[in-house]
Design a protein around this ligand. Structure first.
Ligand SMILES: [Zn+2]
Length: 113
């Protein structure tokens, strides 16, 4: 344990808005992205790095775009359904039908009884 120096650089209350700059020497810029749900995410990039065209929203996972007015559309269709997902879906359908049939049977009994 050669102590101490690793902790250096941890300052409390560094930034005016609670943003602490932990010894980042390279200047960074923040880029805003908006998703289809109107969430804004502001990842930061190095000045000389090119920001990506889209950024996945950390809140809902939709892709975000640079244009607040026209965020990328949420992918709504599910083009590739795996076989497993398909089987699962069918199974839950069948379960649902069984539950429904059971409920109907109870209902009928009630009426009769
Ligand atoms: Zn979002």
């Amino acid at each position: 344990m050669a102590g101490g120096s690793a902790i250096r650089g941890t300052r409390v209350g560094a930034g005016p808005m609670g943003e602490s700059e932990r010894g980042e020497s390279a200047p960074r810029r923040r880029v805003s992205y908006w998703c289809a749900n109107g969430h804004e995410s502001r990842p930061s990039f190095a000045l000389d790095a090119e920001e990506p065209e889209s950024w996945d929203c950390p809140r809902c996972g939709l892709p975000g775009g640079r244009d607040e007015q026209e965020p990328p559309k949420a992918p709504r269709n599910e083009p590739y359904k795996t076989h497993l997902a398909y089987v699962k879906e069918r199974r839950s359908d069948a379960d649902g039908e069984a539950i429904l049939a059971e409920a109907l049977a109870k209902l009928r009994k009630k009426r009769e009884g």
